[in-house]
Design a protein around this ligand. Sequence first.
Ligand SMILES: [Zn+2]
Length: 127
Amino acid sequence: MNMLSAEQKNCLVCGHPLRGRVDKKFCDDQCRNRYNNGCRNRERQNPLVRQVNNALLQNRRVLETVLAGKTESVRISREKMMEYGFRFRYITGMSRHRNGQPLFYCYEFGIRPLENDLFLVTRKKEE
Ligand SMILES: [Zn+2]
């Protein structure tokens, strides 16, 4: 058996026979781009991905509403945030405040737990 009779592979997008490197998957950049765009679309259509993305965007809208008209920060109760539709399990990041307490992020907003189920919502400072 010689190398030339190795299994014929075809482009994953258009199905044209591939020549050249054995690990080639596409005939050209156009097919590669079409394939990658398709993957991203499938990702966005995945029910869990959609649900989480929607929840995060909804949280971001709540924070924008809560901070509307206020430049720096606002104190708000957990109850009030939940009334607005904020869902605490959907955040985009987490770190620690200087005082050692957790600091949560949702996009450009910071959410810091204070005493008595209060939260300080801030626009994230540039770092
Ligand atoms: Zn192709």
